[in-house]
Design a protein around this ligand. Structure first.
Ligand code: 5GP
Ligand code: ZN
Length: 123
């Protein structure tokens, strides 16, 4: 897609801090992080919003979601259960859709937001 910033990131025409890449997906650090860990997972193919994903994109959507815990683990913000049973860590996964959903970039992305609190605002 011309003029889509995340298509340009996927094509490496714009630099980004990439944390994961395969044939279909790219994950990179958000330029304006809301928390110590803030990674965006995108499909390399252009899908404008979650509502533009069709039935054939189901597997791709599943792969995006399944990547989130792997990234959280690599970025050291995965949920942990201590030997005393105490649960700590963890992260937020978020998809903003459309203006009322707070979407600013119209190329589907899953936010993975985590790390020690406090975080900027609450999203
Ligand atoms: P949205 O509000 O669309 O869900 O989130 C868009 C996110 O993309 C924002 O958190 C914003 O900081 C991030 N972002 C916008 N432009 C760029 C960019 O050029 N590079 C990177 N790495 N992140 C970007
Ligand atoms: Zn795009």
């Amino acid at each position: 897609m011309d003029n889509c910033i995340f298509c340009k990131i996927a094509a490496k025409q714009i630099p980004s801090s990439i944390v994961y890449e395969d044939e279909e997906l790219l994950a990179f650090k958000d330029i304006n992080p809301a928390a110590p860990v803030h990674v965006l997972i995108i499909p390399k193919k252009h899908i404008a919003t979650l509502s533009d994903a069709d039935a054939q994109d189901g597997v791709l959507l599943g792969k995006m979601l399944a990547l989130a815990p792997k990234i959280a683990k690599e970025q050291r913000c995965d949920v942990q259960t201590g030997s005393d049973g105490q649960v700590s860590g963890g992260y937020k996964t978020l998809i903003n859709t459309g203006p009322d959903g707070g979407q600013e970039v119209y190329h589907l992305h899953v936010h993975v937001i985590g790390g020690p609190k406090p975080w900027r605002g609450q999203r």
